[in-house]
Ligand binder design. Structure first.
Ligand code: NAP
Ligand code: MG
Length: 399
């Protein structure tokens, strides 16, 4: 059988620990037998980042901008303990943070659903995608504790020296204060990324804020979204048969639990932070959560939502058996290959990627799965296998 050819390389960002091992297995066992893989390889392993003073991460992100599509393995974000473990020159920043700031993107997280693992919310039949705005609000704020009586004001000083003021509160006693911000540039690119992704995936978009209370700040988010929708996306949505719907955050929470899913929920930074954990746990497992970063100019970076699974890696190093779920990492690959196929007009690559996703889901639905899923599955004939056996089973089913 001849292998499926590729035209433009996929940007491959390798990573750390257990996911690095799973990465290699996926390539060898499930991709290379079928696809003439063309990748531009960047090794984002912590050791390599340290050797290159983290330039490798910047180069990988630049390549992502150049070629459009990347697939990323989970990577260690160093803390003090890692600085000692790897004898690092510096406590390098999170690669995901670096890539996100270069691509200026929005992160979309979607669960992989399989029969036998039912969402805790019984009405959910289709996946819910959370799009979290990843800039500003309380994550880039100034805070203060104040003592005694006094007046707190918001003050904006324009470049020309003009001042605008608003009273926050006249304190009678001790209290706390916070000032936060967002920018039109960031909100605009968030809105575009959401609408772009929705058109691409043919999903309705629900966006919600607390604009009834925050009549300027949250209301502005609503206005920016409405503007961009009306001027740039309305026709595309109508053509795709999808809807944009704005409502109050309280209302969306109530509606989501009663919905059957299949929606993209666009959320402000804090709402997205909290609600993505709620949605992920209600769907079952972080090991079944995919993640894609989409930039406003249409670049894509696919990855798993989980980390490098350190505990399993240490067991692997001791020669012990591991049962690490490769699904989210595999779906990062299939997502990226599918996107490459769509952009380059290689239908076979799109079909192969979808088939591999279907086969791996079917493998779990036939009862063969990693340990983490065995605990969640209600199938009668389920069987836990190790990391390699699971991938081998998918490979057999692919054949
Ligand atoms: P983690 O790697 O997501 O793992 C936490 C635990 O969740 C694991 O010990 C395991 O539980 C379970 N788990 C996660 N993924 C699994 C999978 N695919 N299959 C089976 N079980 C899975 O999070 P962490 O231990 O907090 O972080 C480890 C490293 O990853 C850190 O250095 C962190 O910086 C990095 N990290 C990277 C990213 C990224 O690159 N996107 C994201 C998050 C964290 P059991 O041990 O109970 O089996
Ligand atoms: Mg969180």
């Amino acid at each position: 059988m001849s292998k499926i050819p590729m035209k433009v390389p996929l940007v491959e960002m390798d990573g750390d620990e257990m996911t690095r091992i799973v990465w290699q297995m996926i390539k060898e066992m499930l991709l290379e037998p079928y696809v003439d893989l063309k990748t531009e390889y960047y090794d984002l392993a912590l050791k390599k980042r340290d050797e290159t003073d983290d330039q490798i991460t910047v180069e990988a992100a630049e390549a992502n901008k150049k070629y459009g599509v990347a697939v990323k393995c989970a990577t260690i974000t160093p803390n003090q303990q890692r600085v000692e473990e790897y004898n690092l020159k510096e406590m390098w920043k999170s690669p995901n943070g670096t890539i996100r700031s270069i691509l200026d993107g929005t992160v979309f997280r979607t669960p992989i659903m399989v029969k036998g693992i039912e969402p805790l919310v019984s009405s959910w039949k289709k996946p819910i995608t959370i799009a979290r705005h990843a800039y500003g609000d309380i994550y880039k704020s100034a805070e203060m504790k104040v003592k005694g009586r006094g007046k707190a004001e918001l003050l904006f000083t324009g470049e020309d020296g003009t001042e605008e003021r608003a009273t926050i509160h006249e304190f009678e006693g001790d209290g706390i204060l916070m000032g936060m911000h967002n920018t039109d540039r960031s909100i605009t690119s968030f809105a575009r990324a959401c609408f772009e992704y929705a058109v691409d995936n043919k999903q309705d978009v629900w966006f919600a804020t607390k604009d009834t209370v925050s009549k300027t700040y949250d209301h502005h988010f609503k206005d920016v979204f409405a503007d961009i929708y009306e001027n740039e996306y309305k026709a595309k949505f109508e053509a795709a048969g999808i809807e944009y719907f704005y409502t109050l955050i309280d209302d969306v929470v109530a509606r989501i639990v009663r919905s059957e899913g299949g929606i993209m929920w666009a959320a402000k930074n804090y709402d997205g932070d909290v609600m993505s954990d709620m949605v992920a746990s209600a769907f079952g497992s972080l090991a079944m959560m995919t993640s894609v970063l989409v930039s406003p100019d249409g670049c894509f970076e696919y990855e798993a939502a989980h980390g490098t699974v350190t505990r399993h890696y240490y067991r692997h190093l001791k020669g012990e058996e591991t049962s690490t779920n490769p699904m989210a990492t595999l779906f990062a690959w299939t997502g990226a290959l599918k996107k490459r196929g769509e952009i380059d007009g290689i239908n076979e690559l799109v079909e192969f990627s979808s088939k591999l996703e279907d086969v791996s889901i079917k493998t779990i639905e036939d009862g063969v799965m990693t340990k983490d899923l065995v605990q969640l599955s209600n199938l009668p004939n389920k069987r836990a296998v190790n990391t390699e056996e699971f991938l081998m089973e998918i490979a057999r089913n692919m054949k």
